[in-house]
Design a protein around this ligand. Sequence first.
Ligand code: NAP
Length: 527
Amino acid sequence: MELDAGSEVKKMEEAGKGKSQTLICAPLMADSVDQMLNLMQKAKESGADLVELRLDSLKSFNPRHDISTMIEHCSLPTLFTYRPTWEGGQYDGDEKSRLDALHLAMELGADYIDIELKVVHEFNSLLHGNKPAKCKIIVSSHNYHNTPSVEELSDLVARIQESGADIVKIATYALDITDVARIFKITLHSQLPIISMAMGEKGLISRILSPKFGSYLAFGTLETGRESAPGQPTIQDLLYLYNFRHIGPDTKVFGIIGKPVGHSKSPILYNKAFRSIGFNGVYIPLLVDDVANFLQTYSSSDFAGFSCTIPHKEAALANCDEVDPIAKSIGAVNCIIRKPADGKLFGCNTDYVGAISAIEDGLRGLPHNPVDGPLAGKIFVVIGAGGAGKALAYGAKEKGAKVVVANRTYERARELADIVGGQALSLAELSTFHPENGMILANTTSIGMQPKIDETPAPKEALSCYSLVFDAVYTPKITRLLREAEECGAEIVTGVEMFIGQAYEQYERFTGLPAPKELFKSIMSKY
Ligand code: NAP
């Protein structure tokens, strides 16, 4: 692919520079005021812009003395919240003392106080119209069960606006990732500054993308386990994994669709690469239950491309407007691009490109026909007939190899072998299969993957007739199969190389720019 990075990158650098207007707020929960002071210091060091002091987490405190101590000692702006149990907090004392403490915080110099919509009128009556100019009142509503309709949310926003709030806060719960779209919508249309989020694992994107859709702040914890509400990311992840400060309204969103998806290394890889060239994009984990529903909901050009992983590769194919013929034959799409011209979704499969190019690179040092390529005419044994097995079998066939498929379920081996015009074996037959030397072996099953690292799909005795052995498993990087193949004198190619290879291809399709290959390798060498 001919790609000219130069001027494009410069434009993107301009577009992506220091974008985020959204603040990062560290919610601080502590038993004692001393611990709270300590956490304030940590919040400053971690890069937070302000701290939320959760008074309801303190075992006891003297309002006048301790609130002024906390304000005096805090080098960041302060937000005081005293959340009652009826709104998901820990305070179960009388309302008057609670509202008085928040009123006092305002008078003592708090920058923000949070007051629940349900009691805002009682709180307003305490003020008698006198509100310190410095302090902004956040009027909040929390729903820990679901995310209502856009109409219901808009009505809620309107009621908060009418209550005299300086800032609206709406927190709902995401039962599905598509619920978050409603939060984005009301955020974009709010007339007052708004803090908005969908809580829970499936709401994570509402927090990461808050600078894109205009939330006033996002909550980020000091460390995992210190969340004050479900689904909060760490400040570290917001800043360094997702490049939060560089996300703005025009930032393109990419991500990996999967279930589960939290373990994926792709966000680290792509976001570091985007940063390295100032590309105005962010790559996020997308915990998706229903691919069709997800793609229909996030159909704007803002959502520019997706990687797909287990168990959604087949469903992704079914939901693309156009599919690359090889991906169609493989029956799986692992990369979806939204075409800028017409918004149509184009699906392709970069797994096979990644694996085959890594294997070809591994074979270049060995004797081969320089005209037809290193795989032409070679016997290529694929163990497994699932998604990765199909990708490897098709890729090898495309390159002129003679494909043999060995699988636990023989019928599936037979089916795939018939499609690629090859031979089928049972797994047991693999031990005695050595029609010639110099063959290629590719494991595409999960055998040997952590934690069962002592397992191997092929006995060591069978490996001496292979010149190259590849393993799609990449945790651990060197599997038992690869270790034994090396001991038998074969070249080895790891699943990490396939992972990097498929990512190069996707990166180039996402950005239209050449992938920073050395950076990818250096990032993946740490895992
Ligand atoms: P899949 O579609 O579920 O296919 C799994 C295949 O493995 C099937 O052929 C299955 O045989 C076989 N298998 C599973 N457990 C087995 C066992 N205990 N003994 C014998 N055979 C077994 O999965 P996939 O998407 O192809 O992924 C397979 C592996 O490739 C995974 O480890 C995945 O992490 C890895 N992968 C790596 C990359 C990369 O970038 N490195 C990319 C994609 C996939 P049956 O037909 O008998 O069920």
